[in-house]
Design a protein around this ligand. Structure first.
Ligand code: HAM
Length: 415
């Protein structure tokens, strides 16, 4: 039997109903913040991701050549495609530009619970603004999405990658090797970061200082320890977040991010219940447009791991009940089959979700099938009732039945 490839999943009808419900919840929240949806191709020129994604993503890239010898890649994330689209088609639009997207991404990772090779991201990018209010708006959107999902146990960690980049540069690390160092710090691999920094002639006490910086964690009081202007900047971000009612965060200069394009504020959201793959959202401010042939434009964005927030919901005990259909129409005898077909069409025209027995089943079996598709009502078409232009309407939950005029059937079902 052929199975779906490792790290990918099939989504059955119940899964899809649930996923669409929650996707639409996220869409709605993004729209209430004034963001508008975009869509970009699932594959792009590989160069788009090679230019600035950093070693983590490059090692995991699904890259291939097409029949025309073009180097292509399945998208590992959607920020670079969004900014390419902005440079191609939106650079003259009034700023700021607020967009969001939902779609699958591909990374050649070692699959485990919450980590897939094909996974889904819901993300947003706020392009063309570089103020503390911009960063606050983006973090507050991410927090609102997670909150509207009903997840209670989550924490937002806010850092500033500029601080760490500056410390690493001041330590004498060559610019082209910064990503290598940040990659180790992102994964908290201090044992590997130390010899790497030593190989670049960074003194032991300076290495300690860099490590201490990544361990600066706490409430807003730690902002006084943040060197340079970054502390003051983050205070303005958090003041604005407070005004918008978001206080569930800590300051954490250890937030490094796995992607290489961030320049300033960075943030991650964790749902501790998920264990190893607890990061449900990540983002920050960055510039990419100049790499793709546009002018330098500052942006801030994030992406939520859609599969992971669904898992976090499950862990917190939220259960989605599939909705089923409104009505299932069945005929008592064969001579009523065409009448049943007329009735099901009438219901559908009235926007009532309705199904009909097409397998010639006897009443009892048809009723059993109606329950299995979670139909709210069964519409039983019998010759005797039909003489009075009526049918029998059965409430599938209570089992109550009544004879209803066909002309009143739709309003009865709509309730
Ligand atoms: P990222 O942190 O690489 O950031 O991915 C965002 C989220 O996608 C993660 O927090 C995680 O929940 C989810 N995710 C990542 N890899 C997997 C996987 N293999 N399986 C399941 N879920 C996964 C970005 O991609 C940036 N583009 C975010 C961003 C937008 N930054 C600025 N704008």
């Amino acid at each position: 039997m052929i199975q779906c490839p490792r790290g990918t999943r099939d989504f059955l009808p119940d899964d899809m109903e649930k996923r669409r419900f929650y996707e639409n919840k996220l869409r709605h929240t993004a729209q209430t913040f004034g963001f508008r949806e975009i869509e970009t191709p699932i594959f792009e020129d590989a160069e788009l991701f090679i230019l600035r994604s950093g070693p983590n993503v490059l090692n995991e890239l699904y890259a291939f050549k097409d029949k025309g010898d073009r180097e292509l890649a399945l998208r590992p994330e959607m920020t670079a495609p969004s900014i390419r689209m902005f440079v191609n088609s939106m650079s003259n639009d009034p700023k700021p530009i607020k967009i969001f997207y939902f779609g699958q991404c591909f990374r050649y990772e070692r699959p485990q619970s919450g980590r897939y090779r094909e996974f889904f991201q819901f993300g947003a990018e706020l392009i063309g603004s570089a103020t503390p209010e911009t960063d606050a708006e983006v973090i507050c959107l991410a927090a609102a999405m997670i909150k509207n999902f009903g997840i209670e146990n989550y924490k937002v960690h806010i850092g500033h990658i500029g601080v760490l980049r500056e410390a690493i540069a001041n330590a004498g690390v060559p610019k082209e090797r910064t990503a290598e160092v940040l990659q180790k710090l992102d994964k908290k691999l201090y044992d590997e970061a130390r010899p790497l920094l030593e190989s670049m002639n960074v003194a032991s006490n300076v290495i300690d200082e860099i490590f201490t910086l990544t361990e600066t964690v706490g409430g807003t009081e730690v902002l006084s320890k943040v060197p340079g202007d970054a502390g003051d900047y983050l205070r303005q971000v958090t003041d604005c977040m407070h005004a918008m009612g978001v206080d569930n965060y800590d300051i954490d200069l250890g937030v490094v991010r796995g992607l290489d394009y961030y320049t300033g504020m960075v943030f991650e959201v964790e749902a501790p219940a998920l264990g190893a793959e607890k990061q449900i959202c990540g983002g920050g401010s960055y510039t990419l447009s100049e790499l793709f042939g546009g002018e330098k434009v500052f942006s801030t964005g994030f992406a939520i791991g859609f599969d992971r927030i669904l898992l976090a919901m499950e862990k917190e005990g939220h259960v989605y009940e599939p909705k089923g259909i409104d009505a299932y129409v069945l005929s008592v005898t064969d001579d009523m089959r065409l009448k049943a077909a007329e009735i099901v069409s009438m219901l559908r025209r009235e926007d009532i979700s309705a199904d009909i027995d097409i397998m010639g089943r006897k009443m009892q079996k048809a009723m059993k099938y109606a329950s299995s598709v979670r139909s709210k009502y069964a519409v039983i078409v019998g010759a005797k009732e039909m003489e009075e232009e009526s049918v029998t309407l059965r409430d599938m939950t209570s089992g109550e039945q009544s004879v209803v005029k066909i002309s009143e059937l739709c309003s009865k079902i709509k309730g």
